[in-house]
Design a protein around this ligand. Structure first.
Ligand code: ATP
Ligand code: MG
Length: 260
């Protein structure tokens, strides 16, 4: 596998819901260690695209390659096994279990004593404490039930868990929608740190400043197509807004004497 090969590549991906064409031929790629912000108006197709990448929806047509191989994920668990996961603020955590239990969930460390598997609580706690410390995440107590933690703390646990278990591409659909200013700042920092470990990150946001703060590249989706794919350092919010609304097109149309 060559180094230049993108982590994920989509070619001509479409998705129809009955008569609605939610995606009309999406071409895009994501590299290792790259943060891509997906921007676009309500109903543009962003969530649909993210769900297709993570196995929650099947494309109507088109091709998806992951690590250079063509892949079809029939379910989120198939995508997860390949290292692709959507991180939600709290949906995938078990609220009545503590941080350690959530971190291991199905991967617990056990040791057999007289043939009976015994949970190695101390060892698991140490693993979680190290993962949290490495990521700069502070949780008051790893033995706190997740229900008592804030949205930002839950998100941090999920991201740390993803990184710890060898995740390769993480998708976040409006991860900061319910978070305060400080938690959002920490969340954005965390995204950068995750990408610095070579993980690909796709983040949907409606907030332009967040996209410019965290993303290496901005991909604008409009009416189910890629309206723009730009390096953050080579664009500006005005240009991105024009792409989101289609203003550039309609102005160009007017310049040409077109009717729209
Ligand atoms: N399960 C579904 N059944 C029918 N139509 C759907 C379904 N999911 C999405 N759509 C339609 O597909 C289009 C794209 O929706 P999508 O949720 O991907 O938009 P979005 O860009 O995420 O918007 P928002 O910013 O509002 O979250 C919309 O017209 C939506 O109504
Ligand atoms: Mg959406």
């Amino acid at each position: 596998m060559s180094e230049e090969q993108p982590l994920l590549k989509l070619e001509g991906v479409t998705k129809n819901f009955g008569a609605i064409q939610a995606l009309r031929g999406i071409d895009m790629h994501i590299s290792r260690g790259e943060v891509v912000a997906l921007l676009g108006d309500n109903g543009a197709g962003k969530s649909t695209l993210v769900k297709i990448i993570s196995g929650g929806l099947q494309p109507s047509s088109g091709k998806m390659s992951f690590e250079g191989q063509e892949r079809h994920f029939a379910s989120p668990s198939e995508a997860k096994a390949a290292g692709i996961e959507t991180v939600y603020q709290d949906l995938s955590l078990c609220t009545n279990a503590d941080v350690v239990a959530n971190f291991f969930m199905g991967r617990e460390i056990t040791r057999r004593v007289l043939g009976v598997p015994i949970l190695q609580e101390r060892e698991m706690e140490e693993v979680v404490a190290k993962a949290m410390a490495d990521a700069g995440t502070r949780i008051p107590s790893l033995r706190t039930n997740v229900e008592h933690l804030s949205g930002g703390q839950r998100q941090a646990i999920e991201l740390n868990r993803f990184v710890h278990w060898g995740g390769k591409l993480v998708l976040l659909d409006e991860p900061f929608a319910a978070l305060g200013v400080e938690q959002t700042r920490r969340g954005l920092e965390m995204i950068r740190r995750v990408a610095d470990r070579g993980i690909g990150v796709v983040v949907i946001t409606h907030i332009m400043a967040q996209a410019f703060q965290v993303a290496d590249r901005i991909v604008v989706i409009r009416q189910g197509t890629v309206a723009g794919d730009l390096k953050t350092s080579e664009t500006n919010p005005d240009q991105v807004i024009d792409l989101i609304t289609g203003a550039t097109l309609s102005r160009a149309g007017k310049d040409r004497g077109g009717s729209n």
